[in-house]
Design a protein around this ligand. Structure first.
Ligand SMILES: [Zn+2]
Length: 85
């Protein structure tokens, strides 16, 4: 990861934590060359999550279809909040 200030490759991760929904990793970085500190958000999974009402509607429809298809439904993971980082 390059420094967002001077473009140097000499950056250190000084803090790393997963967001509550587990979809992103928040990394606090520091540049060793210019002491610039910045935060990056990286995807924890390959698929980019879709946020917002459209996603909720689509998900509800998918859940409904799944319930019709199968009685032994896989557990659906419910994040605490769609918008919280
Ligand atoms: Zn720098």
């Amino acid at each position: 990861m390059r420094c967002q200030s001077c473009g140097s490759d000499n950056t250190n991760v000084i803090d790393s934590r997963e967001s509550k929904d587990g979809l992103q990793i928040r990394r606090r970085r520091a540049c060793l060359d210019c002491q610039w500190r910045f935060t990056t958000y990286e995807k924890a999974v390959d698929e980019r999550p879709i946020h917002g009402p459209t996603f909720n509607v689509v998900r509800k429809e998918i859940e409904t279809v799944l319930m019709k298809l199968s009685d032994s439904m896989l557990p659906v993971r419910e994040p605490e909040s769609e918008y919280q980082i």
